[in-house]
Write a protein that binds this ligand. Sequence first.
Ligand code: NOJ
Length: 564
Amino acid sequence: MNHSSKPRDFRKSVVYQIYPKSFRDSDGDGLGDINGVIEKLDYIRDLGVDCVWLTPFFVSPQYDNGYDVADYYNIDPRYGTMGDVERLIAEADRRGIGLMFDMVFNHVSTDHEWFRKAIAGDPYYKDFFFFRKGKGEGCPPTNWASKFGGSAWQYVPEFDEYYLHLFDRSQADLNWENENVRREIRSIVRFWMDKGVKGFRFDVINLVSKAAFEDDPKGDGRRFYTDGPKIHRYLRELNATTFGTDARIVTVGEMSSTSMEECYWYAGHMAGALSMVFSFHHLKVDFAGDDEWVIVPPDFAKLKRVMFDWQTGMADHDAWNAVFWCNHDQPRIVSRFGDDGRYWRQSATMLATIIHCLRGTPYVYQGEELGMTNADFTRIDQFRDVESLNYHRILQDRGLNAKDAMRIVQIHSHDNARTPMQWDGSRYAGFMDEPERGARHAKPWIGVNANHTVINVEKENDDPDSILNYYRALIALRKKLDIIAYGDVEPLAPAHPSMFAYRRRHDGHELIVAANLHGKDCMWEETPDLAGFERVLGNYPNQRVKAYARRVLLRLYEANVWYR
Ligand code: NOJ
């Protein structure tokens, strides 16, 4: 059956995110690839998800694992061929799955033809980027910091000028002021629409409108380029000239350090250019302000406050959130906010329940549905992520000893999310096939977590109590009960120290979700009246609710969903 003509209601959808490099290596070179994704499409369909977001596999030198694109129209040979991608689109479509491609338009790789021409002095292409004079000998144009550490400006001696890179120096920021840049971007989006792609994720898209190139005495410069003055105009233009012409396309914008007020506009039902937004404030509750490279225990009171604010704020403005704990940049949630030891199953399913019943489109990141944990790396040479490697050095430059710097990197590294997907208990977790004894073979590009012998798809598939089957049940529940997609949301017990609870309402129905964030039992006094409610899902076999007493005992990491 061909599903491609059917528009998809993104509010009722669930998206599965694949980081192809770490998903499944079909040809034994140590890198995951497109054919590996095709091999696993039945697994993805059986999860019940509607869309798959794939992180970039376009031609790239891979300094930032493909977020440094050198050619948007071709596939990096390490991932496969255009033929493979066309087959992937067709095979996904056959299973009713829409593919979302990752569009990185804030910057391009310095290997991109545009940048090469610019650096060769071609004025047409120089204007695709931000080249600026420094403030004097050895002094960049502004004091802005790169998000990956160090200055955001790279000196080019041939011009005696600097170019802007908000990320790695191999990722030069594009000048969206230039109409020719925006025209090129439109062609790229249309190219992939013509290939049958059903959605787009726009990388750090709220950074593309730069306000002014001034020193930031109070910060790292972000206030001059975050949610900049022309951002809504640019997005509306992109919408009107590309994906907005096709109602089947689902879009999500990754919004870095954004504000909720801006997101009403990005993803508002009437005026928004995008279907939904990713924001990250709820994942900064174990930072010190904006500083990620510290050890701070998660502040659950703040987590609740931030998530409830966004839930109700966006709902009040008829705007739509992506809801998620995990992606390829975030440590694994069970290690971060749960317990990846003794109460691994309870805490992973509790956290999943919170996300999947909220108002918004849930995203599941590969391996999250198994309860995959943070990497077990103990040496810096096991890490691959450029930001982690930079900060390991920067932290020591700031005076930390090597052990403390290492501990911080272990906790926060993006590589925690990038260890190979754990399909089975074999040597390379089924990410790569087991090599023949004694045969020379490539190794996975990044280490496999030793716990793959316990945490893997094969083991969890047939276990009715597994995390995997709990995710399947949550996804099925969203399909079954309209209230999860369309209901209003009301925070409950906002001041309770352990409970994360909320009520949804829709069409005469109610749904109540209550989760215990902590590894010890808690009591919820004065619950709403639960008479007439049925428990439709929970991560313990039974409940300890005395409905008449209006008190609920939640055991450690317990989560329940009640419906009336
Ligand atoms: C956000 C992406 O998720 C991240 O992986 C990447 O490094 C930066 N954007 C830069 O493209």
